[in-house]
Design a protein around this ligand. Structure first.
Ligand code: URA
Length: 484
């Protein structure tokens, strides 16, 4: 019997190297005693375990890609039997390439079950990690720590999810099975077990308020709720102690809800609708004018975005403007006012334009998408980026505006406008600040979107980017002058 000891922290490479060497030496599954390092004090076994280099004549074992995928997941399971199970499957796959499709095979069933448990554990981790803020902000970045107790070795699998989701903060997720840390540049994974830190912060209260406000007493299904949020995770969830009380009061809350009046729409909706109803019926604008186009666009239902927006926000400016500025989509304030670039981004845009000597009333300002896309959060409406499909769909209106205004110079502000106006696939930074000749004898100038500047947390970077935006605007002013 050979004893093979592995660290077993969910890494395919470690098991694969051992399995390859054992298989190449013809060691059958029953001859190997696989162990996990954490359960094994004396590692000297490991040194004796590996077979001598394989005889050159032995054919290397091969496996279908589905096995690699399965093995990658199964190796994250915490059951020490996983190594032997995978080796047995590896061995058996040499005789039966379709083995993984035999859904009644005991080894296959076990491996698939382990994979399922790992997926579930990883899913729960993405749902139940609760970050707590710690320490001071450094280099404009806030710092967070979270504690989580996974059943399996899933840190490596889930860390990229957190890196994508929480890219603009520094964080550490500590677990008894290792940790993952992100500092804005590097993702560091460690297998060193962590101890539970003593953490509570103000975000606990926020979580509790949030949870209590989204808890819908009319939809309480206890079994489904516990399947989704098993009790073992409760101890690390700041909102968990609210659950029993919320459940207990669910019935009376439902009765209260039923007795209450229907929810009313937000006041600005009513005001706008009222204003629209009182509007004198305007004479139809002559065809081929911007007014006619605006009137057509005001009832646009070409895509679902119209359904949640207050109104169409069409472009504005003189019909014979030599320059057209194109943004992304109206924001919250533009949606209410019915005019482009009047909110915070619009104010910055106006200010930098004025500094560069550009008179806004002389240019045409519009957006790639004419309806505000957002996600409601309580009373707030959070901007959502339009999809490429929505941008291409709305190009219908942008094309009509371009055909009527016929600007000599078009300024794309941000990546969405760039994608709406060209087929340029690369990064905005590669074409930013450059005047490019495009079809119809026009010039396209690309710069950043003013909202981007408003979002930069780092003061130094913000100042640099503002200076570049001012420089872009000055170049636009020069191009404008020569465009007449
Ligand atoms: N952002 C845009 O792209 N357009 C607006 O009109 C306002 C903000």
């Amino acid at each position: 019997m050979r004893r093979v000891v592995l660290a077993g922290r969910g890494e395919l490479g470690e098991w694969r190297d051992a399995a390859r060497a054992l298989a190449a030496a013809g060691i059958v599954p029953d001859e190997i005693d696989w162990r996990e390092k954490s359960a094994e004090a004396d590692l000297s076994f490991q040194r004796d375990a590996m077979p001598p280099a394989p005889a050159a004549s032995r054919k290397p074992m091969t496996v279908p890609p589905a096995f690699i995928e399965l093995a990658e997941t199964v190796l994250c399971h915490s059951d020490p039997a996983r190594f032997a199970l995978l080796y047995r499957l590896l061995w058996r796959l040499q005789l039966d390439r379709q083995l993984l499709e035999v859904t009644s095979d005991q080894d296959v069933v076990r491996a698939r079950l382990m994979a399922k448990n790992v997926h579930r554990d990883a899913h729960k981790m993405t749902a139940f990690v609760r970050f707590k803020e710690v320490g001071a902000i450094s280099a404009g970045r806030r710092k967070f720590i979270a504690w989580f107790e996974p059943d399996h070795h899933i840190i490596r699998r889930t860390a990229p999810f957190f890196q994508r989701r929480f890219t603009d903060m520094d964080w550490l997720i500590a677990t008894p099975k290792g940790s993952a840390a992100w500092d804005g540049e590097r993702l560091t994974i460690s297998d060193e077990p962590c101890e539970k830190p003593n953490l509570t912060d103000v975000t606990d209260e926020l979580w509790r308020t949030y949870y209590a406000s989204i808890f819908n007493p009319a939809r309480v299904k206890l079994k489904a709720m516990q399947a989704e949020m098993p009790k073992k995770y409760w101890k690390n969830l700041p909102e968990a102690d609210l659950i029993p009380g919320l459940i207990a009061s669910a019935e009376s809350k439902v009765r209260e809800m039923a007795a209450r009046e229907a929810t009313r729409s937000l006041p600005f909706h009513d005001r706008l609708q009222q204003a629209a109803r009182n509007l004198p019926t305007e004479p139809e604008a002559p065809a081929g004018t911007l007014e006619a186009l605006r009137a057509q666009a005001s009832v646009c239902t070409r895509c679902p975005l119209h359904a949640n927006a207050t109104q169409t926000v069409f472009g504005e400016g003189p019909r014979d403007a030599a320059v057209m500025f194109v943004g992304e989509q109206p924001g919250d304030q533009e949606d209410i006012a019915g005019r482009p670039f009047v909110g915070p981004a619009g104010r910055l845009f106006d200010q930098v334009m004025a500094e560069a000597g550009i008179d806004r009333s002389m240019v045409y300002v519009t957006n790639s998408v004419k309806h505000f896309k957002y996600e409601p959060r309580g009373k707030r409406r959070i901007h959502q980026k339009p999809t490429m499909g929505e941008v291409k769909h709305c190009r219908w209106w942008l094309d009509l505006e371009l055909a009527l205004v016929e600007p000599k110079l078009i300024v794309a502000m941000g990546a969405t406008a760039l994608a709406a106006l060209t087929d340029v696939k690369g990064r905005l930074q590669d074409v930013r600040g450059k005047a490019m000749a495009i079809e119809g004898g026009r010039t396209l100038f690309v710069t950043v979107h003013p909202s981007y500047l408003l979002r930069i947390p780092d003061e130094r970077l913000k100042a640099e980017e503002m200076a570049r935006f001012r420089q872009d605007m000055s170049e636009i002013q020069v191009l404008m002058t020569s465009a007449g």
